[in-house]
Write a protein that binds this ligand. Structure first.
Ligand SMILES: [Zn+2]
Length: 87
């Protein structure tokens, strides 16, 4: 038997399988807590919204969405450089 901690509520449980995410209780219920379900939905909505925006923005600049994303990522990294100096 191996001990895992439930990814939903963190309570420890034992199981014979070598990979488990949820305790038997949670698996029985097979329900996702409203908070998580809500976050997932929100994530999807945001992704959808941004995808459309990104797409039209990219097209107006003659870029592919992927290229635009990489450019944005690079810019973000440049603007949020980690400060490694120790003074
Ligand atoms: Zn659980």
């Amino acid at each position: 038997m191996l001990t895992f901690s439930c990814q939903l509520y963190g309570n420890e449980f034992e199981t014979a399988s070598n990979q488990a995410k949820y305790c038997p209780d949670c698996r029985k219920k097979q329900e996702i807590p409203p908070k998580i379900a809500c976050q997932r939905k929100l994530q999807q909505i945001i992704l959808c919204m941004y995808r459309e925006k990104l797409k039209s923005y990219a097209e107006s600049h003659g870029l592919s969405v992927n290229k635009l994303f990489l450019t944005a990522l690079q810019e973000y990294r440049t603007n949020h450089k980690e400060d490694n100096s120790n003074g």
